[in-house]
Design a protein around this ligand. Structure first.
Ligand SMILES: [Zn+2]
Length: 422
């Protein structure tokens, strides 16, 4: 059942403005670490200020942030970044809606077909483009909630806040900076693509680089050398075995996902000449961190597995493999099972006419959630429009129906958490 105030608030949601905003967001090619990422943050700050919100927009002190022992790691080359926090009034926010404005690169452009990746094309119920799903639909939803509350003329007992962050895709620098600056609230919803499900926990992900030495020789006399590629093979087998062990008994929250903690090697390079025996191999990948596991423990398990493979190999035992934790370092994160936020989001979805979420879920990918629950100490959920299988993929897209559904649910959440009156 909805109260008069809730019905009024929902009637103020401008669906056309929301979809138009999403299209405009997709048209800004805010690949993580680029100038367009900053451009988009400036746009966010101006737009949210236009709704009468107090906006804190600041340039990130990259030197200070990266020197902090809690710094979550980064991968993109970044010369600048901005934080944007908009608050509807004075006081500690009762609800924070958070979204990241950065997107991942396009991959093989040929696989995007005819659709321009940053065109913001609409066909039927779908908005196309890089970032449409991850997570400009969510960012547009957060903005739409701010726009709706401003248009409603309702008075809030407690403020609500919108956090717009950079650098989620390469480690979480933007969320980290926002929390270190002291922004927070009683509860947070990050509108990442969850297909309208409520996600309360996620695995972590630690980026590693392995360096495997070989011995160069002419390819015609290859037995005079040692191929770094072949030297890597037993190390890779040890990694595959470790992955199997670490996924033997996954948490039921993963809803039957047989591999919530993958160890995936994403980039391998070896040698520099076709007819030479390669004298070095570099393998970069990601190691999944289990729910509740200290990342240091995951790193130890990985280095121990590599070390065991090295000891068992005659060449490697004299020429050890280097292991460096080189990029984004995402711990796992979780909001406690009994936090009222979980039921409140589910109720808001159902009461605003959406499909009720199936229950609590955990996902295998890292997100800013772990920084909000960890550093911020803020109960935080992921809930938002879009199918995560579309994220980072060619021909990325998002459903307009799902986007509107999430906006309605979060307008209701904001009204209820913040206490709205005429
Ligand atoms: Zn995302």
């Amino acid at each position: 059942m909805l109260t008069d105030v809730e019905t009024h608030a929902l009637s103020c949601l401008d669906e056309t403005a929301l979809v138009g905003d999403l299209v405009e967001l997709v048209r800004i090619p805010s690949i993580t670490g680029t100038d367009a990422e900053s451009e988009l943050q400036h746009r966010q700050a101006a737009q949210l200020a236009g709704f009468g919100m107090d906006v804190d927009s600041w340039k990130l002190d990259l030197a200070e942030l990266t020197a902090d022992p809690r710094f979550p790691g980064t991968e993109a080359e970044r010369v600048e970044g901005y934080g944007v926090v908009a608050t509807s009034g004075a006081g500690h926010p009762a609800l924070v809606l958070q979204g990241h404005v950065d997107v991942v690169p396009l991959g093989d452009v040929a696989r995007w077909g005819d659709g321009a990746p940053f065109g913001g094309r609409i066909t039927g119920d779908v908005v196309h483009g890089r970032g449409a799903c991850d997570m400009k639909a969510g960012v547009a939803v957060n903005t739409a909630v701010a726009r709706t509350l401003a248009a409603s003329g309702l008075r809030l007992e407690r403020p609500f806040a919108v956090h717009s962050v950079v650098s989620e895709e390469d480690g979480g620098l933007g969320a980290f900076a926002t929390l270190v600056r002291g922004h927070g609230g009683d509860a947070a919803v990050i509108t990442e693509p969850t297909s309208g499900q409520v996600v309360t926990a996620h695995a972590g992900s630690l980026t590693f680089t392995l360096r495997v030495p070989g011995l160069a020789a002419h390819g015609s006399t290859r037995t005079a050398g040692v191929s770094a590629f072949e030297a890597y093979l037993p190390v890779h087998r040890a990694i595959v075995e470790l992955e199997r062990e670490r996924n033997a008994d996954p948490d039921p929250l993963f809803a039957g996902n047989p591999l919530p903690y993958p160890i995936s090697v994403g980039r391998i390079s070896a040698g520099d000449w076709a007819s030479s025996v390669p004298d070095r191999l570099v393998a970069e990948g990601r190691l999944g961190v289990q729910l509740g596991e200290d990342p240091a423990h995951a790193r130890e398990a990985f280095t121990a597995a590599v070390a065991a493979a090295v000891r068992a190999d005659p060449w490697l035992s004299d020429h050890p493999v280097g292991v460096v934790w080189s990029g984004g370092q995402f711990a796992s994160g979780a909001t406690p099972d009994d936090d009222p936020l979980i039921g409140q989001v589910a109720a808001a979805v159902a009461d605003s006419g959406g499909r009720p979420p199936v229950g609590r879920l955990a996902v295998p990918y890292g997100s800013d959630l772990r920084l909000y629950t960890g550093i911020g100490g803020i109960p935080t959920l992921l809930y938002g429009p879009g199918d995560v299988r579309m994220a980072h993929a060619p021909r990325e897209q998002v459903s307009i129906t799902e986007t509107l559904e999430a906006a309605r649910a979060l307008v209701l959440m904001a009204v209820r958490r913040c206490g709205a009156h005429r």
